[in-house]
Design a protein around this ligand. Structure first.
Ligand SMILES: *[C@@H]1O[C@H](CO)[C@@H](O)[C@H](O)[C@H]1NC(C)=O
Ligand SMILES: *[C@@H]1O[C@H](CO)[C@@H](O)[C@H](O)[C@H]1NC(C)=O
Length: 580
């Protein structure tokens, strides 16, 4: 339905855009951007169906003795995150408007194929036009895309999809268990933000229905959840926390469970994640790199001594991302202080040990670039930094920018900008216009005068492959799987600084992605970003393509008061939660 409406409007919009391009005027955005706000006065349109198994009535084998409630007390007036855009906050110029519509077009193309070939399935396979179910078969792409549909003003599709979502039966799956982290950030996050935007009570009811299932994962002897929620184990009270789990997994449920507690008034959800906060706080100085937590943690013995790898990329990323975001979601109340403390301390170490400048052929007048590498700690040799870049760690620019604003740390604003620009630059460096999943760069020396381009050094360290841009040693994992983190940080940098040049960088990134991932039906992960010409398509389109990547592109080309970062905090799947 949305497509019909859109295609009727398109010629008219094109005319309007052309006219205003010619006369250089601004015009107000039609429809979508003003209608993203919830309208609680409207009568609910969705009807909730509970799942076939009620987990909140299931037996808790390790019940909690006393619940830690949500922090009460006065919320602090936090500093503004967004640049003061003045009257431009609600308007688009004609070029930006054209870009916004191009992003919407890519979204609608993907969404229509999902509807046609993969309705209610987790993912569309965008080459073969079939579907697959890596997340339990509960319509991951649809749940994840609800809030983007809403933001884009595709209301008929939103309500149709949302009705299908509130009918999902989470007791029905072919799997014996689920990935707790993924289900929390995608499904629970998606339901909560769709509720925060639309105000539809059925979406909150479905969030509770799912949240109670996820809450069962905390029913272990030490109340730390495992990586998998295995249904039979949960029903029989034999769950245990993991002994070597990704550090981000149990630690990045805090925003979702806190929002659920805020919306329902039920403290049990907050209590569950606050125990993980206490564990992190207690162990922050215990690791082999004090101040940070290793990328893998023994949650069963609650020890952080085993891991020797320290990164803000894969395995660990959103542990760090959620520290400032929890502070913001809790409104800066006294109870949120530990999150600020942990963030400040961890970022001290990240800045000292993980961040590096790459050695590149660049003019000193160009803006500085930064990357976040990986540190290995060996007993004899001590910490050793590898100059690695990961698409996943590109979120870090946005994290430093948010922390810099909320806690008033000027240095973090500069670091955040360097990191965001590093990722933007890496997109432009490749012929596809997209950066690889993982790569290595030559690090500058520790002193400012050791950053001059040195061809010999580049070749000595393994560079010189004619397919790679200068400065790169390799593209260790040359795929691009439609990930969002680079545009995420460029978007946040734009909202924080108001620098219009960033929209041009974003537009170049978008065009690179369009050019290299487009298939007959939608867009696909690609095997190698270093190739000229036609790319090999991997027939995969993860739900974050619609939930995150296209949402961030859409938002950077929307007027800045659409999902203002002063009103919302976004979870690690780009689902906006209202700042209470
Ligand atoms: C699930 O069980 C709880 C506790 O017994 C009860 O309060 C709730 O109403 C039940 N939910 C549904 C949808 O039946
Ligand atoms: C360039 O790097 C090599 C090491 O690979 C070093 O021997 C040489 O002195 C460097 N040249 C300059 C001009 O610094």
């Amino acid at each position: 339905m949305a497509v019909i409406r859109r295609s009727r409007a398109a010629p008219l919009l094109a005319l309007v855009v052309t006219l205003f391009l010619l006369f250089g005027l601004e015009y107000s955005v039609p429809g979508p951007p003003s209608s993203y706000r919830s309208s609680p006065k409207l009568k609910p349109r969705l009807h909730f169906t509970p799942s076939g198994f009620n987990w909140s009535a299931a037996e808790q084998y390790y019940p909690v003795e006393s619940l830690t409630p949500l922090p009460k007390g006065r919320r602090t007036q936090l500093p503004k995150v967004q640049h003061d855009f003045g009257k431009h906050a609600q308007r688009n110029d004609a070029v930006t408007e054209k870009r916004r519509l191009a992003v919407m077009d890519a979204f609608v193309r993907s969404w229509e194929s999902y509807k046609q070939f993969a309705w209610l399935q987790d993912e569309l396979t965008p080459v073969s036009a079939e579907s697959k179910n890596p997340f339990g078969g509960w319509a991951a792409t649809m749940v994840d895309a609800l809030d983007t549909l809403w933001m884009m003003g595709l209301k008929e599709d939103f309500f149709k999809a949302a009705q299908a979502v509130v009918d999902i039966d989470f007791s029905k799956t072919e799997e014996t268990g689920i990935n707790l982290f993924e289900t929390t950030i995608r499904h629970l996050g998606g339901l909560l933000s769709a509720y925060d935007l639309s105000g539809e009570p059925a979406l909150l009811a479905k969030a509770v229905d799912l949240g109670d299932m996820l809450y069962m994962a905390f029913d272990t002897p030490n109340r730390m959840p495992g990586f998998w929620l295995t249904f039979e184990n949960a029903k029989n009270g034999i769950q245990k926390a993991g002994t070597y789990d990704p550090s981000a997994a149990p630690t990045s449920m805090s925003l979702e469970f806190t929002r659920l507690a805020q919306l329902t008034g039920d403290d049990k959800y907050y209590d569950a994640i606050d125990r993980i906060r206490a564990f992190l706080e207690r162990t922050q100085e215990d690791s082999l790199l004090p101040g940070m937590w290793p990328s893998q943690i023994n949650f069963r013995s609650q020890s952080v001594r085993n891991g020797n790898t320290f990164t803000i990329g894969a395995l660990a990323d959103s542990l760090y991302e959620y520290l400032p975001k929890m502070f913001v979601l809790l409104g800066g109340r006294a109870g949120a202080k530990p999150y600020e403390k942990m963030y400040r301390r961890a970022m001290e170490i990240v800045s000292e040990r993980l961040l590096f400048k790459p050695m590149l052929k660049r003019k000193p007048t160009e803006p500085p670039l930064l990357f976040a590498g990986t540190v290995y700690v060996h007993d004899e040799a001590g910490p050793h930094l590898i100059g690695e870049g990961q698409h996943l760690s590109c979120f870090a620019g946005g994290m430093f920018l948010l922390g810099g604003k909320v806690f008033g740390i000027q240095e973090h604003l500069e670091i955040g900008e360097g990191l965001a620009r590093g990722c933007g630059w890496a997109y432009a460096a490749f012929p596809t216009g997209v950066m690889p999943e993982i790569f290595n760069l030559v690090q500058c020396g520790p002193h400012d005068d050791e950053c001059e381009w040195n061809e010999t050094r580049w070749r000595d360290e393994g560079g010189g492959d004619s397919r790679l841009p200068s400065g790169f040693i390799n593209a260790r994992d040359p795929r691009y799987i439609l990930r969002p983190e680079a545009i995420e940080s460029i978007f946040i940098l734009y909202r924080v600084t108001g620098n219009e040049e960033l929209r041009d960088i974003a537009w170049d990134m978008f065009q690179g992605i369009m050019k290299s991932t487009k298939t007959e039906h939608a867009y696909s992960a690609i095997a190698d970003v270093t190739v000229e010409g036609e790319t090999r398509k991997d027939d995969s389109m993860e739900s974050f393509w619609l939930a995150e990547t296209l949402k961030y592109f859409y938002l950077i080309f929307s007027p800045p008061d659409v999902i203002s970062l002063d009103d919302y905090v976004l979870n690690t799947e780009a689902h906006p939660f209202k700042r209470a």
